[in-house]
Design a protein around this ligand. Structure first.
Ligand code: PLP
Length: 362
C-alpha cells in the first residue's frame, strides 16, 4: 500500500505534535509505580503550576480522561452538593458545563450569550443571582473562537465573593492566563490542544481553597475522584493506571515550553492566527468572535459553503479544517492555530484558502 501523504492538521485538537512529543510516543510505556515515574509526575505538576501562575499552596492532578472528564470531575468534586452556580454559556462548551452541572444536581443560572458575542458586566449583573456561590466559564469558547473578557469575569467574581472555575482546555498556552491574577480556584486543561500531545489526559489545578472544597465534600464518584487524585498526587502518583505515555509526552512538552518561554509560544500561535485572518480579511468570510482567541478562528461563510470548504481542504489540499456541528454546519467552520505548525505549513494554509476564494467558494 502506498503511504498516504501526511495530512496537515489545522483543527482545534488533536493537533500536530512536535518531535519531542512524537519521539516519546513511539516507545514502550514503562512500569509506573516507581520513584522514577513519580519524579516525572511531580515535575509535570511543578511545571504546570508555574506556567499557570498558580497561587502558593495549589496542587495539580493528572486525570486519564479527555477535557470533559476534568470538567465533570470539577463539577462533581469541587462544587458543593446542590450548589447554586452560574455558567457562562456562549456555545457548545458552555452548554456542556450547564448540562454537567444540572446532571449532578446543581442549580444553574445561565449567562446566555449570542454566538460569538463578548460578555458584559450588565449581563453578569442581571443573570447571576445573589445566591450564586461559584461561576464556571470556558475561558475560550472553542465553538465560536471567542476569548472571554476574563478580567471582567474575575472582577465580578471577586466583588461577589464567588468561586471562579475556569476551563482553559483550549486557552492554555494560546492565550494569556494567570491563575493568581484571575483569582481562579480551579483551572483545567487537556493534553491535545495547546499542549499538542496525544488526546487522553486532562489536568486540573486546584488552589488551596478548591482543595478544601474537595476535602469537605462527600465522595460522589470513583474513577474521577479528585480526593483520590489529590491524595495520590502528594507522592507523584495517580490512583489508577494513567495514560503513562501521554504523561511522558506532557513532561517532554512542558520541558520544551519552559525552556522557550510560554510567552514566545503564545506569540507564535498569535502570529499564525494573525496571518490567516489578515489573508482572509478581503474575502466574504467573517470572524464569528467579537474578540477572537489566538487558538482558533471561526468564520461565517455567507454562501452556506462551510462544509464544502472543509471537504475541499481535505480532498484537494490535504488539510484538515474543523467543521462546526448542528445548525451552523453549513455556515461556520474553524481553523485551529495551535500545535506544531511551521511557517511553511501556515503559508500553505493561507495559499490554499486564497485559492479556494479565487475558485469562488467564498
Ligand atoms: C476541547 C475542549 C474541551 C474538552 O473536550 P474533550 O473532547 O473532552 O477533550 C473542553 N473545553 C473546551 C473549551 C475545549 O476546547
Amino acid at each position: 500500500m502506498e503511504e498516504a501523504k501526511k495530512m496537515l492538521n489545522f483543527t482545534v485538537g488533536p493537533v500536530m505534535s512536535p518531535d519531542e512529543v512524537l519521539s516519546v510516543a513511539g516507545q514502550d510505556a514503562p512500569y509506573f509505580r516507581t520513584p522514577e515515574f513519580s519524579d516525572v509526575v511531580l515535575r509535570c505538576e511543578r511545571a504546570m503550576l508555574d506556567l499557570l501562575h498558580a497561587p502558593d499552596g495549589s496542587r495539580c492532578v493528572f486525570l486519564t480522561a479527555s477535557g470533559t472528564g476534568a470538567m465533570e470531575a470539577v463539577v462533581m468534586d469541587v462544587l458543593r452538593p446542590g450548589e447554586h452556580v452560574a455558567v457562562v454559556n456562549g456555545g457548545s462548551f458552555g452548554q456542556r458545563f450547564v448540562d454537567l452541572c444540572r446532571l449532578h444536581g446543581h442549580e444553574v443560572d445561565e449567562v446566555r450569550l449570542d454566538f460569538g458575542n463578548q460578555i458584559t458586566r450588565e449581563m453578569l449583573e442581571s443573570c447571576v443571582g445573589d445566591a450564586v456561590t461559584a461561576l464556571l466559564v470556558n475561558m475560550h469558547e472553542t465553538s465560536s473562537g471567542l476569548l472571554y473578557d476574563m478580567p471582567l469575569i474575575s472582577d465580578f467574581c471577586r466583588s461577589r465573593g464567588v468561586t471562579l472555575l475556569v476551563d482553559a482546555v483550549s486557552a492554555f498556552i494560546a492565550d494569556e492566563l494567570d491563575m493568581e491574577q484571575l483569582g481562579a480556584d480551579v483551572v483545567l486543561t487537556g493534553s491535545q490542544k495547546g499542549l499538542a500531545c496525544h488526546p487522553g489526559m486532562s489536568i486540573v489545578a486546584l488552589s488551596s481553597a478548591a482543595q478544601e472544597r474537595v476535602d469537605s465534600n462527600p465522595e460522589v464518584c470513583g474513577y474521577l475522584s479528585l480526593k483520590e487524585a489529590l491524595r495520590n498526587a502528594s507522592r507523584g502518583q495517580t490512583p489508577w493506571t494513567p495514560a503513562v505515555s501521554i504523561v511522558l509526552e506532557i513532561d517532554a512538552r512542558l520541558k520544551a515550553i519552559s525552556k522557550a518561554g510560554i510567552d514566545a509560544e503564545r506569540r507564535e500561535i498569535g502570529s499564525r492566527a494573525f496571518a490567516v485572518r489578515e489573508a482572509l480579511s478581503s474575502t466574504a468570510l467573517r470572524l464569528v468572535a467579537e474578540s477572537p482567541s489566538n487558538a482558533v478562528s471561526a468564520f461565517y461563510c455567507p454562501g452556506h459553503n462551510a462544509k464544502l470548504i472543509v471537504d475541499q481542504a481535505k480532498l484537494h489540499y490535504g488539510m484538515w479544517l474543523c467543521p462546526n456541528g448542528g445548525k451552523l454546519a453549513d455556515d461556520v467552520f474553524r481553523i485551529g492555530h495551535i500545535g506544531c505548525i511551521t511557517a511553511e505549513q501556515n503559508a500553505a494554509l493561507v495559499s490554499a484558502l486564497k485559492q479556494m476564494s479565487a475558485d469562488g467558494l467564498f
